[in-house]
Write a protein that binds this ligand. Structure first.
Ligand SMILES: [Zn+2]
Length: 155
């Protein structure tokens, strides 16, 4: 069995919503997958005490450097996350390709992932168009009180 998650996270890694706002967004997302041809296994909000890696499971393989266009395997990021796991509040790095300064949350990943202290996970959503569109993401952002983006994860 494999699982697919839509992980909705704030664009700012340290931001957290009020509990009622998070619940409104969970209710909204649950409603999106409630039609007769749609289904979802679970929709849940999660607060992380500290900044956490919001990975995409097996989807992300590499990132491209904005300064020199070199492509680096995502393992470099994952190793760094493991080293810094006690404290991911500092996402500033110097990239291995050319030493350029960057933030782990803002790298150009071949498949989006990110860092956050809050997420809403949508597990095994089934509908014709799987991912959330711009209007739906905008509405989630309005409900929680901060712009959001999505990480599509496969485990
Ligand atoms: Zn570079």
């Amino acid at each position: 069995m494999s699982d697919n998650w839509i992980r909705v996270i704030p664009t700012s890694p340290s931001w957290q919503p009020e509990p009622e706002a998070a619940k409104s967004a969970v209710d909204y997302l649950s409603g999106l997958f409630a039609g007769p041809d749609n289904a979802v296994d679970d929709v849940r909000a999660e607060l992380h005490k500290d900044t956490a890696l919001i990975d995409s499971g097996v989807n992300t393989a590499s990132f491209t450097c904005a300064a020199c266009s070199a492509v680096t395997g995502v393992e470099w990021v994952l190793d760094l996350v493991n080293e810094r796991c006690e404290d991911l509040s500092d996402l500033d790095v110097h990239l291995p390709c050319c030493g350029a300064h960057a933030r782990l949350n803002d790298l150009d990943y071949d498949w989006p992932m990110g860092f956050a202290r809050f997420e809403i996970g949508v597990l095994n959503a089934r509908r014709a168009r799987y991912e959330l569109d711009e209007a739906e993401l905008h509405e989630v952002g309005r409900l929680v009180g901060h712009p959001v983006r999505q990480v599509l994860a496969h485990y």
